[in-house]
Design a protein around this ligand. Structure first.
Ligand code: MTE
Ligand code: MO
Length: 420
């Protein structure tokens, strides 16, 4: 079984197969309206009663939105249990990801836990080891926070050049939701930390036993033990009943199905922070503990799965985020980074959360090279892919936050390209 996040390099055949998959998913081609439903006629849906209350105890999207789904790239991983699906960013707006569309990354399949049997152990360098039930956790003081979660391997396929044709695939290993849960600090205070406590070992209850070392300062800062996502209980895919929330840090350390926290005085150097989730540089050395997700952005529309529908007024829209704090500004370029304009950010601007941006233009069928670049409140500016490669080389998989380019063709089609 393949436990890693490193995707194999796609072959040309595979890329073509991917494009055919998009056509099958209904991305190209437009259905025509039925004249009988158009004014001045009375539309068919106005002539009959609809479903009564209670017919749909848990609501679902309209059947006409059936193509707004998570997708996966089958050749990327050897098994479905250790694999990834991608958020359909191109079909969403605002900053909140609906629960059913959050990308999933698991290493041992989706674990189903009976909440009655759920326990969270807290032990190690503490005065009083504790075991919490889910009810224990729910009785503690709680907070609500909106955070993005990005897998460090997001855009990992794009290090050596443009590969996958769609922001769902190039940038879809991200979701942004509201969590409800207990500040981790509170649990640690209940157990009482020994004076030499410096690191935590956090471990999942799934068959992969996903585990990482978490520095104590982060745990005491803004980490959460979350059990709700967008108001309802976490979905099984996201770690029901309890996951660790580590704001701004790489998704791998956000342990799902959290079963154990051990307090120690040094890192454990687990597989996921040595063989995986380190970045090999040109000189053969690897960066270690690159927890923070740097500022990044992507234009979600237009993009390869959302071609431009016609000439005239065009709203360019996208998402930006930074694991270091708040996004302060997003710039958009129409000419591959030669000229930049400041985009409008609309909606909440929160710490370690996504922001939604818009830039408006007139499109007359000219070729565009669309780019966006994010800036955060530490002064950090999202780099070009070339600038990133100058420092990082091309041996890396993780932490690719380079500027994405979409080429808009005269017929409105959009393609993943690189400039420079
Ligand atoms: N227990 C457990 N936690 C886990 C994983 C896992 O396989 N098992 N995968 C990690 C990785 S690599 C990522 S990117 C995120 C993905 O979270 P999501 O499935 O909610 O998108 O969960 C992390 N937590
Ligand atoms: Mo990940």
């Amino acid at each position: 079984m393949n436990h890693s996040d490193d995707p194999p390099r796609p072959s040309r055949r595979r890329l073509l197969a991917g494009a055919a998959g998009l056509a099958a998913a209904g991305v190209v081609g437009r259905a025509r309206a039925n004249d009988a439903n158009l004014p001045p006629n009375v539309a068919s849906w106005s002539k009959t009663l609809g479903d009564g209350v209670g017919v749909r105890p848990y609501g679902k999207p309209s059947p006409f939105e059936k193509d707004v789904v998570r997708r996966d790239v089958q050749w990327l991983t050897a098994s479905r249990e250790s694999s990834v699906s991608f958020t359909p960013l191109h079909d969403l707006d605002g900053i909140i990801t609906p629960n059913g569309l959050c990308f999933e990354r698991h290493h041992g399949g989706i674990t189903e836990i009976d909440p009655h049997d759920y326990r969270l152990m807290l032990h190690g360098l503490v005065d009083k080891p504790l075991i919490f039930t889910l009810e224990d956790l729910k009785r503690l003081p709680r907070v609500n926070r909106i955070y993005f979660l990005e897998c460090a391997a997001n855009s990992g396929m794009e290090w050596r050049g443009a590969q996958l044709n769609g922001c769902q695939y190039t940038h879809g290993m991200i979701h942004c939701v509201m969590y409800t849960g207990v500040p981790l600090k509170l649990l640690l205070e209940q157990a009482g930390l020994k004076t030499n406590a410096k690191w935590l070992h956090v471990e999942g209850g799934d068959s992969s036993g996903m585990n990482r070392s978490l520095p104590l300062h982060k745990a005491l800062d803004d980490c959460m033990i979350a059990y709700r996502q967008n108001g309802e209980m976490l979905r099984p895919e996201q770690g029901y009943p309890v996951r660790l929330v580590v704001p701004g840090w790489e998704g791998n350390i956000w342990i799902k199905w959290l079963r154990r926290i051990k307090v120690g005085d040094e890192p454990w150097y687990t597989r996921e922070e040595t063989s995986k989730y380190t970045d090999l540089l040109e000189n053969g050395k690897a960066r270690k503990f690159t927890f923070e997700m740097d500022a990044k952005s992507v234009i979600t529309s237009p993009s390869p799965q959302v071609p431009v529908k016609g000439k005239g007024f065009l709203v360019i829209s996208g998402l930006a985020w930074s694991g270091r704090g708040k996004v302060t500004r997003v710039d958009v370029s129409l000419d591959g980074g030669r000229n930049w304009r400041t985009a409008k950010i609309d909606g909440p601007v929160l710490d370690k959360s996504c922001v939604r941006f818009y830039a408006e233009t007139e499109w007359n069928g000219q070729e565009l090279l669309l780019q966006s670049r994010a800036m955060d409140d530490t002064g950090y500016v999202q780099p070009t892919k070339d600038d990133l490669r100058k420092i990082r080389g091309v041996n890396s998989i993780y932490h690719n936050n380079g500027i994405q380019t979409w080429a808009v063709k005269p017929n409105g089609e959009v393609e993943n390209v690189e400039v420079g």
